[in-house]
Design a protein around this ligand. Structure first.
Ligand code: 13P
Ligand code: SF4
Length: 304
C-alpha cells in the first residue's frame, strides 16, 4: 500500500507537468480505475478523448481504444501503459476479408464494432459500441448491413431490426467463455439474484438474462434497481464501479473466467512509467486515420 501511495503521488505530479488526462475502461485493475480522471465504457471514453483540452491522453484499456482516441484527437499525444494489451476479437477480422465481403454485397452498409483496428475502421461506413449498437443500425438507411467483427453482439442487434445482417465470425474470448451451465448453477446458488449480461456473450446466455446492456448500462441498471443481489455476466473489473455505486448490494460474477487477460496487462506501475517516458505512443498513419475518423465521428453522433 505504501508503494502504491508513492506511485500515486508521482502520478499526480507527472499528470500536472504533462497536462495529461487519464482515461480508464471499467475492465482495468482497481488500482488504475482509482486514479483515473474518467472511468467508462468504450463509448464514454471515446467521447472524452474527442472532447478533451489536455495535451496528453493516457489511455488505460486495450490497443484499439488508444488508437480510436488518437484518430479522434489527432493533435494530442496518446500514450498507453503497455502496447501488448491487445484485443483478440479486434484481430479476428482482416482488411482483405472485409473487402471481399464488400465486393460481394456492394449495396450493404459496413457497421463496425469499435473493437477493431484503424485499418478496418478506414473500410467502414459507421462504427458503434455496445452502448449504441441498436441505435446505429436503426440510423442506417440501407436494408443490408455487413457487421464486423462480433457475431454475438451482431446476433443481439439482429433481434432489434428487420435489416439483413451479414455477420463476421468474430467473438470476445472472455465473454464467449460464459455458458448456459454456468448461469444455471449460479441461479441455483443465488435464487434471489437477477442475471445481468453483456451482449458480447453467447446468444443462448444472453437469452437467459433479466437485463442486457453495455458495461455502463449494466452499472446504471444495478444502481437504479430495487433488487439487492446480481449475477454479473461481464468482465470482473466492472465490480469496482458496481460496488462503489451500490455498496449495499451484492454482486456475484457468473464465472471465474470472466477476466480479460489483455485488460489486466496494465498496472499502476506501468501507468506511471508511461507518463514518465511518454512511451509507448500511439501512431496511426494519416491516410488511414482520416478515413477511420469519419466512421468514428458518425458513431459519436448517434448518442446513447
Ligand atoms: P463496452 O465498453 O462497450 O461495454 O465493451 C466491452 C468490451 O469488451 C470492451 O473491450
Ligand atoms: Fe477484447 Fe473481450 Fe478483452 Fe474487451 S473483454 S478487450 S472484447 S477480449
Amino acid at each position: 500500500a505504501q508503494r502504491n501511495q508513492g506511485l500515486k503521488e508521482r502520478l499526480l505530479q507527472l499528470k500536472k507537468e504533462r497536462n495529461a488526462i487519464i482515461l480508464a475502461h471499467y475492465y482495468q485493475r482497481d488500482e488504475i480505475q482509482e486514479v483515473a480522471d474518467f472511468r467508462g465504457d468504450s463509448f464514454l471514453l471515446a467521447q472524452k478523448a474527442a472532447e478533451t483540452d489536455a495535451d496528453v491522453i493516457v489511455f488505460c484499456g486495450v490497443h484499439f481504444m488508444g488508437e480510436s482516441a488518437k484518430i479522434l484527437a489527432p493533435n494530442k499525444t496518446v500514450i498507453i501503459p503497455d502496447e501488448r494489451a491487445g484485443c483478440p476479437m479486434a484481430d479476428m477480422v482482416n482488411v482483405e476479408g472485409l473487402r471481399q465481403l464488400k465486393q460481394k454485397h456492394p449495396n450493404a452498409t459496413v457497421v463496425t464494432y469499435i473493437n477493431s483496428s484503424a485499418e478496418i475502421k478506414a473500410e467502414t461506413d459507421i462504427c458503434c459500441t455496445s452502448a449504441n449498437a441498436v441505435k446505429v443500425i436503426q440510423s442506417v438507411e440501407s436494408d443490408e448491413i455487413i457487421w464486423v467483427p462480433d457475431k454475438n453482439l451482431g446476433h443481439y442487434v439482429q433481434q432489434h431490426t428487420d435489416k439483413k445482417m451479414i455477420l463476421w465470425e468474430g467473438y470476445c474470448n472472455t465473454h464467449d467463455m460464459l455458458t448456459v451451465k454456468d448461469v444455471v448453477e449460479m441461479r441455483k446458488q443465488y435464487p434471489n439474484a437477477q442475471f445481468v449480461v453483456h451482449p458480447e456473450c453467447r446468444p443462448e446466455v444472453v437469452e437467459m438474462a433479466d437485463f442486457v446492456g453495455s458495461t455502463t448500462a449494466i452499472i446504471k441498471y444495478c444502481r437504479e434497481s430495487d433488487v439487492k443481489e446480481f449475477i454479473v455476466g461481464t468482465e470482473d473489473g466492472t465490480g469496482y464501479q458496481l460496488r462503489k455505486d451500490s455498496p449495499d448490494k451484492t454482486f456475484h460474477f457468473a464465472s471465474k473466467f470472466l477476466v480479460c487477460p489483455n485488460m489486466k496487462v496494465n498496472n499502476l506501475k506501468k501507468l506511471v512509467r508511461c507518463l514518465e517516458t511518454m512511451q509507448p505512443q500511439i501512431y496511426v498513419p494519416p491516410q488511414i486515420a482520416d478515413k477511420a475518423r469519419l466512421s468514428l465521428e458518425r458513431m459519436l453522433e448517434v448518442t446513447v
